[in-house]
Ligand binder design. Structure first.
Ligand code: C5P
Length: 225
């Protein structure tokens, strides 16, 4: 079974609190996610902060725009030296290909269906095929157009692994060591994500909101072994 890496989401709203979180996780966590909350609050300084501490960055800004615009954003992400960026696969094959064709670029991770969706939510958003089929179709579109990985729930990850084998990197948010009853509707445990074939799990609140983030991260890392 492949190794599953932990990406800790720095979902804080200041550089100071992000720095405190990195202090607690330094040494055990290598990958940090800078998402729209921290990036909107602090800008590229948030990426620099992680790099200065020796970590790697998943820039999770979930790009979804016309091909030329997303390509421009991905170029700047490359200039910042991030490891990976996220794009919504529903932005289409052309959008993805425009980024994949860049000579130098970070890894492109395509979002399939957000883990906060359940079947009814997806239907109400106008998608008619159901979660499994929509994830499968978007992942195939991503792979055909140069995505390096796809973001989905572990509930769908095992099926994508069966279909695409080692050709696909699987990134799974919606990780809950214990049920929290929050906005993540398709959540599973770290161990279940590993068994489903996840290459990376993305974990936010179970670490950021824990009384001791270092202890919470250590427990998750133990479950991944
Ligand atoms: O706090 P929680 O563990 O739910 O955080 C999950 C993180 O992963 C959030 O920062 C969220 O933006 C991100 N994410 C997600 N679903 C995706 C892609 C990223 O929950 N499909």
């Amino acid at each position: 079974m492949q190794k599953t890496e932990l990406i800790a989401a720095l979902d804080t709203d200041s550089l100071k609190s992000a720095g405190h979180l990195i202090d607690k996780l330094e040494g055990s966590v290598k990958f940090f996610k800078v998402g729209s909350v921290l990036f909107t609050a602090a800008g590229p300084a948030a990426v620099d902060l992680v790099h200065k501490r020796g970590g790697r960055v998943f820039l999770d800004l979930k790009f979804h725009d016309i091909p030329n615009t997303v390509k421009g954003a991905v170029k700047h992400a490359e200039a910042m030296g991030v490891y990976s960026v996220s794009l919504h696969l529903s932005g289409g094959g052309e959008m993805l290909k425009a980024c994949a064709d860049l000579e130098k670029r970070p890894k492109l991770w395509g979002i399939t269906v957000l883990t906060s969706f359940d079947e009814y939510g997806l239907f109400r958003a106008g998608f008619r095929g159901g979660i499994d089929k929509t994830v499968k179709n978007l992942a195939a579109l991503g792979l055909a157009n140069g995505a390096d990985g796809v973001v989905c729930s572990p509930l769908e990850a095992w099926r994508l692994r069966n279909i695409h084998g080692a050709k696909i990197k699987l990134i799974t948010p919606g990780i809950r060591p214990e049920a929290r009853g929050d906005d993540q509707k398709r959540a599973v445990t770290p161990a279940a994500a590993r068994e489903a074939g996840a290459d990376f799990i993305v974990v936010g609140r179970p670490i950021t909101a824990a009384p001791d983030p270092a202890v919470a991260a250590a427990a998750i890392l133990k479950e991944l072994k």
